[in-house]
Every structure is written in structure tokens, then in C-alpha cells.
Design a protein around this ligand. Sequence first.
Ligand code: SF4
Length: 478
Amino acid sequence: MKIEVEEFKRKANEGLNNAHQRELLGRLPVIFKALRDYSFSTLADPKAALERGAAIRRESIANLPAYLEAFEKKAVENGANIVWAEDYREAREIIIDLARKKKVKTITKGKSMLTEEMELNRALGDNGIDVFETDLGEFIVQQMNRTPFHVVGPALNVAVEEIADLFVSVMGVEKTLDLGGLTMQARGFLREKFKQAEMGITGVNMAVADTGSIILVENEGNIRFSTGGPKTHVAVMGIEKIVPTMDDALHVLRLLTRSCTGQAVSSYVNVINGPKKKGEPDGPDELFIVIVDGGRTKIYADPDFRQVLGCIKCGACLNVCPVWNKIGGYAYGWVYSGPIGSILNPLFLGLERAHDLYHATTLCGACREVCPAGIDHPRLFLKLREKRASGDRTWGARRLPLAERLTFSAWAWGISGEGRYRTAGKLLRWMLKPFVTGGVIGKLPAMGSGWTRFRDLPAPAERPFRRRWSDGERGTTK
Ligand code: SF4
């Protein structure tokens, strides 16, 4: 997957100019909102449920090392093999080595954002191993070699016509635009792969510390085929996926499915407690759980950002985001998009490289309102900006150019005292006057040009608000 976070502006413009996408994004938020609202209304106390979910995630992250140790101990007792990987490279090597040892030629895979981060499919392909995504949306994305458009619906923007053509070229089937027909084509193709697969790879939605279980949530049944059929199951999980107890996991699950797709519960919930036991009819002979750091301990070590590890990847913040709902998912240039992508992509890839993402926010807080993990996105956007502005080396930030720093210091000084604020207002009105034509400012030079590139600025009022207020002009608009 090509990383294109630096291309945010260009790709956002592409999204804005894509008529099909615009039409889709005009409808999606309404549908997502209705589904979410209804499903949350079935809870006795939705607000309390959200608060409990956030508390569980906070507790999980606050005591992450202890819960991870407890999980490892229990999972090993259950018969699983636990392997730790410090970074993406090590995680890829572990899985490739394992596949080689087991002489694996074909792998079927459940949807996993972490394996997208790791570019696992590419690495397996480079080593001569065929890997097939089996979640329908992820299968489409894989075959098109694209980044996910949405964390929950990776291909929900792809037009039916495009999917039909893709299936013709990948599967050699007859072209159909019938949705049921397309699904059956994918099902037929993937069934053959499930039969051939010697290894199944999945992600992990939650790992339960006190039972050693992993939980996988799905709607298509494809994960069951990947975990139940092949002799070896490899589950790849980020260190943050831990929850303390099964009771906690079930509560988070209630919020996850409601926030994702508006379902009280997904069609399938797989609770896996180890490999197949003696006498059991299905399940893998061996279960490997690869626990990946991949930059997460660096986030954990920063008290300003640690809370973001609580994210359960439900996608609710994307659905309510006024920016995502205009530009779509590709603009974010990597695995994650929307508000959570504007935090995770810079933290994983570098604050400098991905700085456009956390500036392209309205700070409206709609994301925070719906987040079942209690993440305060606006605060984190501001923290990212602050760390970049101050040139925080931990996060690879460079100091801003001197001219910019001086401008903003002067600005901060100017607006932090009443007299100075008034004088600055006067000065600004005087400076803007030459640019006013027909009651608006159509074009500003240099640093101000961004403000007027796509819209006019209203001309400053002849008499400022403060003067009108003190003159008793309350309730008038002029
Ligand atoms: S930040 Fe919150 S709302 Fe967004 S995907 Fe993560 S858990 Fe869901």
C-alpha cells in the first residue's frame, strides 16, 4: 500500500470533485445516524453505557502491561502460542517463517487493520504465498490495491459497475450488476480458497485478560471459515486490544456493534479459547497469537496521547465527521481515515509527514460525542498541533519557520489583552481596506491567500461590534 499522507490536499480535492462519492456521502451520514440512534435507544441507559465503555477502555490502557501478562499466561494455559513482535518487520517475519515451516501455499484472511498497517499481504505475496482477504469489502480493496475507504466498510464507495468489472478480471466470471449475483460470485470464488487454505490469519477485536480468550466480530461468517478450517490459525493483535474481563468484553461488544453498523450484536461473535481440543469436530490444530507493538508503546509512553489506544475501531467518529463526510476516506492516505485517522496516521507515520490531517478538522467535537471509547479527539488534534509547533523531537516534528513563529507569537500577544485586542482590530481593518471590492475581500496576498482561495471574506464592518454594543445598538444587524 502506497503511503500518501503527504498528498492530503490533492486527494481531498479529488474526493470533493468525485460526483459518485459526493452523492454517496450525501446519504451515508443520515443512514449511519439512524441506525446508531435506533440501536442505542434499545439500551436501558445509553449515556451510562457509553460512560462504562469509556471507563473499561481507560482501565484497560492504564494497566496495559499487567493485563497483557495475565492474558499471555491464560492463553498459554489454553493451548495457544504467544509470540511478541516489536515492529511490523518482526511481525511479518514471524508469520512468513511460520508459513514456510508449515509449507503453506494459500492463506485466507479475516479483516484486520493491523495487518494493513504491516502490509502483511504484500510481504506474503513477495514470498510466494497466496493470500486472500475474505471479508467482501476487504477482498474488493485488496484486488483493487486501494486503501480502505472506511474502517468498517472498506469498499462501501466502490460503484457496482466497478466491482462487476473487477470480478470479471479476477475470477473470470460473467459480468452481472445484480448484487446477489455478485455476492454469489465472490462466495463461490472464496469457498475454493477456504478449501485450499493451510493457514488462516485474522485480527483480534478484543483479548480478554482473565480468560485468555480472543474475540472476533463479523457479519459474513468468513472468519469462521478462516479459523475453523485450516490447520493453523494466526491471530494478529495490537497490544491495545486487551480488556480485563469477559463481562467487560461483552459490554464493549454491545457498544462496538451498535457504533459500527447499528446492530445490537453482529451476525457472528467468535470467542476463541485456544486450538481444537481432543474430540472437538473443528478448529485449528495450532493457534498462534502474534502480539504486535508497532509504535504503540511510544504512544503509551506519551501521557498526552495514551488515551487514543482505547480506540476500538468502530468507525462511529468517521460517520459524524463533517470533514470525512465531504472528502471521504482516501484523502487520509493510509490505513485509518476520519478523526481517528487524523490522530493515528500522524502518530504512526510522523507528525511532520501527516500534518495536514490534524489541521483539517473543525474541532466541532461530534467525534467525541459518539466515541464509545471516550476519546477526546479535539483535544488530541490540538496536542498534535502544539507538539508540531513546538518542534517536539519525540514525534519527529521540526520547529516552524521563524517568520511563522513570530507571527503567531505576535498574534497571541495581541489578543491576550483588551487594549491590544482593540488596537489589533483597528489595525487589521485598516490593513484589509485596500482589498475590499463590492463589500467582500475576494483575494488576499501571501499568508492570507489560503483564506480566499475558495471563498470571499466579508469586508470588516465600518463600526466594530464592540463600539455598536457600547452605543446601545443591541438587536440590530448593521
Ligand atoms: S475513535 Fe472512538 S469513535 Fe472513532 S473509531 Fe475509535 S472508538 Fe470508534
